[in-house]
Design a protein around this ligand. Sequence first.
Ligand SMILES: O=C(O)CCC(=O)C(=O)O
Length: 220
Amino acid sequence: MTLHENGFEIFDAGVLTQLAKHVSLELSRNCTVARPGIRNTDKKFASVYKLAHSKYMTQLAAHLLGRKAHLVRAILFNKSASNNWAVPWHQDKTVSVSQQFFMKGWRSWSIKEGVHHVQPSIDVLNQMDTLRLHLNDTDRKNGCLKVIPASHQLGLLSVGAIKTCVEKQSAFNCEMSTGGLLAMRPHLLHCSEKLLSPSKRSVVHSEYSCFELPKGIFWA
Ligand SMILES: O=C(O)CCC(=O)C(=O)O
């Protein structure tokens, strides 16, 4: 299954196991926030910065996109018995940038945690990949990510179109081992369910893009 055709691809990234362990250790010591998603994680935790800028991650992102890629944002998705949550089927349509600017097709500007967020046009999403590093073994019982293969090829979908697509097509459960890496297009339809077992599930979700922003604007 390739990222290009299916919108996702699983890599046996044994090489990342050590980095995953460092991230887990730092988070177990210093991450006290119990929220589904912690934004700007690369700016809050040195081990996540190291991971997101590691040679393996940046080279893989560039290889998958066919051009040099930059980190757009890094989010930690944490699920545990005391911080249990689910997300419905959706597409990731938002990026974060250093300041607001005008560009055709970019809309819905907002500020989250002091950072400008915006929905870019679909051609930008097609020039992005998300690399999700798993910090624990993850399966259906502890809320692994579910995806609808190839749904990124349908473009940006309305709520009704998402419902139809999910009813008609089978979902794939992205069951992964610790240190496993899932690459996906941001607009691949995905969701995840609550934990049904006591084993926690943490993922560092890093988005990269080869899209060239206007001069003086940076991914934030
Ligand atoms: O990690 C998850 O379970 C959900 C992640 C998510 O909602 C997202 O990537 O937008």
